[in-house]
Design a protein around this ligand. Structure first.
Ligand code: MOS
Length: 738
């Protein structure tokens, strides 16, 4: 594919709409007659609702309804989900059981948000309390084997004989690591507005990562044909995984709209986002590595636990990386889950890989230290030339080039091997590195492209742009394929009236939708060429199709570009309003012959104040081999965002629950610390040019999540190099360094 527009660092096509407030987010729709709902949450971690006094709330001004377990309509399709892992999260007042502190137990609907909020504060609840399980460590004995989420295989892998190889290894390290509960905290809170157009037709304005996925769920749950449900999510202010699956608030807004016979808006507060829409579960991990005296890995054992709720068996698959990241003949990994009286965890940016790379890439650094070897050299020595887990060739892999580029850019050869050996005034200086990885997926998608008689084009695909640049890269791809200027192409996404797009999960959006958009656009271009050469009045009449060039909305002869006409001239003369093409794309089984992952590396410098224990990250150099990069500007910003996400994981982010009540104590930005600008140094991002002919037709790998992998380990490794102190428990706060 020639690339005049693809690969260019084009500005975001939705940037102006966003900075001028014209991009409409879910909470910004105001259908006529709309009422407002506010959720009442449980105040005990475990028990049964014995009695709810709602009369005061019902009598409060403007109140339209108070829904409780007693009067909430039963969900017609609830039983369809009991067998599906991850989905039985329907704590939408279907019974009186309280399984965690903060569970929705009532919903108040009023004519204004303020009145609903006031009335919600007047609901009085009496519980029969039961013993709650609140501590991961206390639940290890009753842990259960981890299942795979959504029918994915359970995490865990065995090859060779890890126990024997560990026993025989001349060099061994063994360490336990801990990662805390973390919350996604997208800038835009979750919001739903439910509109029953008639008793059989539902429209939901919602903030989510996939409108078709949401529609499928809601149509099953409410017993409606999918075509009777429309889900609209045009702009999303960040997702990171917490907007992938449905949560109680969507269901509750829909039920409430039915009960009051009006559209109902339900927007979560920042505080509610800490108990109603998932989180990354805390993990306890143990890593054992065996190596030859030269540093070749001979054994990997990686095991551990993650928390889940009483409702669900969600697994954070942290051992996945240990199975495939380095060449090693003997590997044994497995995981278990512990049910706690907590809300249900979910996918969070690089689920599995983020906490998994922290433990595993920290352990690799510990091994390098035990061997007195350079950590980068150790990784090069153990580079996996093919996928060691499945024995397949990689579709492409540029990890060695990532290492090389980062090491040179960073100046790694000036690093001293000894911890505590680099200093600048009061600051101990540390240099650390780690490998990043994330699998490349794609799903099914369809697209429609239409060139209009006025010379503009509309391209549609019901995929999601979480704010990452999908509108922009799809506009570039369509414009280039159609032979038009991107300014003339309008991309439409995030609505179930459009052709089905995939779920923005697993960093797959671009790989999923691009082949469909390209094939729809190609069809339109072909039709335009055919129309022109067949038209006696066209200057191109009679030419062979292959002799027509299409550029900037104009068809011309490749021999004589002055001979030609614009799309608009052609369509107007033909009295056509538009020409359209459709495209469908799905994973090709041939792609399964290869293992497809993006790989990268992070090199980090920290400055640790010896007296205060404070850690400042002063430099980050990151390289990624992530397939074709459609737009280096939006891609760079996505990797930077991923790195910043990882910095929060490394240094500041931690959700704490009250040890007696199980209530989240850090439920706002004063207590839950995401990195601010002052915490983030310049992040130098480089993409290694990578042409992958096997991963998918356009050679695209995802970049949404990989930036977050490895970064916490790179920081921890740098902190060790600075201080000689190994912190195995995130976040690396100053108390752990004093
Ligand atoms: Mo992403 S955590 O796969 O939604």
């Amino acid at each position: 594919m020639s690339s005049k527009i693809i690969g260019r660092p084009m500005d975001r096509v939705d940037g102006k709409l966003k900075v001028t407030g014209k991009a409409q987010y879910a909470a910004e729709y105001n259908p006529p007659g709309m009422a407002y709902a506010v959720i009442v949450q449980s105040t005990v971690p475990r028990g049964t609702v014995l009695r709810m006094q709602t009369s005061e709330a019902e009598r409060a001004p403007g109140v339209l309804a108070v829904l409780t377990p007693r009067n909430t309509p039963k969900l017609p399709g609830a039983d369809k989900f009991s067998a599906v892992p991850v989905l039985p999260r329907l704590t939408a007042m279907q019974d009186s059981e309280v399984l965690y502190n903060g569970q929705p137990i009532a919903l108040v609907v009023a004519d204004t948000f303020e009145r609903a909020t006031y009335a919600a504060s007047r609901v009085r609840t009496t519980y029969v309390e039961k013993a709650a399980s609140l501590k991961l460590e206390a639940g290890l004995e009753r842990s259960e084997p981890a299942l795979g989420n959504f029918g994915m295989p359970p995490p865990g892998h065995t090859r060779g004989d890890a126990a024997a190889a560990l026993a025989a290894a001349p060099v061994r390290v063994e360490a336990s690591y801990r990662t805390p509960t973390e919350h996604h905290n997208p800038m835009e809170p979750h919001a739903s507005i439910a509109v029953w157009d008639d008793p059989e037709h539902l429209t939901l304005y919602d903030s989510n990562q996939g409108v078709f996925f949401m529609r499928q769920f809601l149509s099953l749950l409410f017993g409606l044909p999918p075509d009777n449900v429309r889900v609209i999510s045009r702009y999303v202010g960040g997702g990171f995984g917490c907007k992938a699956l449905p949560w109680p608030h969507q269901i509750m807004s829909i039920m409430a709209a039915k009960v009051v016979g009006r559209p109902v808006k339900l927007v979560l507060t920042r505080q509610q986002m800490f108990s109603l829409v998932g989180y990354r579960p805390q993990t306890l991990q143990k890593v054992e590595l065996g190596a030859s005296a030269q540093g070749k890995l001979t054994a990997i054992r990686h095991t551990g636990y993650s928390e889940t709720s009483e409702l669900d068996a969600f697994t954070e698959p942290f051992v996945n990386v240990s199975n495939m990241l380095y060449a090693c003949p003997n590997v044994a990994t497995s995981q278990r889950v512990v049910r706690l009286s907590a809300s249900t965890p979910t996918f969070m940016r690089a689920p599995g890989e983020a906490p998994g790379t922290f433990a595993f890439e920290s352990a690799m650094d510990e091994l390098a230290h035990a061997l007195k070897r350079d950590p980068l050299e150790l990784r090069r020595l153990n580079h996996a030339d093919k996928d060691p887990e499945h024995g397949k060739p990689w579709s492409s892999k540029s990890l060695l080039e990532c290492y090389r580029w980062c090491a040179e850019r960073f100046g790694w050869q000036r690093r001293s091997l000894q911890p505590r050996s680099m200093r600048d005034g009061d600051a101990l200086i540390g240099w650390g590195m780690a490998t990043a990885t994330f699998p490349a997926f794609r799903m099914q998608a369809s697209a429609l492209a239409r060139v209009m008689a006025d010379g503009t084009a509309v391209v549609q695909c019901g995929a999601a742009d979480l704010g990452t640049g999908a509108y922009t890269v799809f506009t570039q791809l369509a414009a280039e394929t159609l032979g038009m200027s991107p300014e003339k192409v309008r991309m439409e996404m995030g609505d179930t009236v459009l052709p089905p797009g995939g779920l923005a999960g697993g960093s797959s959006t671009t790989a999923t939708a691009s082949p469909a958009i390209r094939s729809a656009s190609n069809e339109v271009r072909r039709k335009l060429v055919q129309l022109a050469v067949a038209d006696k009045e066209s200057p191109l009449h009679g030419l062979a199709e292959k002799d027509i060039v299409v550029e900037d909305g104009r068809l011309s002869s490749s021999q004589d570009t002055a001979r030609g006409e614009t799309f608009a001239q052609l369509l107007t003369r033909q009295k056509l309003t538009h020409v359209e093409g459709k495209g469908d794309a799905a994973p090709d089984p041939a792609e399964q012959k290869f293992s497809s992952h993006a790989f990268g590396s992070h090199f980090v410098e920290v400055r640790v104040d010896e007296a205060l224990g404070t850690v400042r990250v002063s430099r980050i150099v990151t390289a990624m081999g992530a397939g074709r990069i459609l737009n280096p500007k939006t891609a760079r910003s996505q990797i930077q965002g991923g790195v910043i996400f990882g910095l929060g994981m490394a240094l500041t982010e931690e959700t704490l629950r009250d040890p007696r009540l199980g209530r989240v104590m850090t439920a706002d930005f004063a207590e839950y610390h995401v990195p601010v600008h002052a915490d983030v140094p310049d992040i130098d991002v480089h993409f290694v040019e990578e042409h992958d002919p096997h991963v998918n037709p356009l050679g695209i790998k995802g970049i949404g999540e990989i930036g977050t992998t490895g970064i916490a380990a790179a920081v921890a490794n740098a902190v060790f190099h600075a201080t000689g102190k190994r912190v195995r428990e995130l976040p690396i706060t100053l108390d752990k360094l004093l």
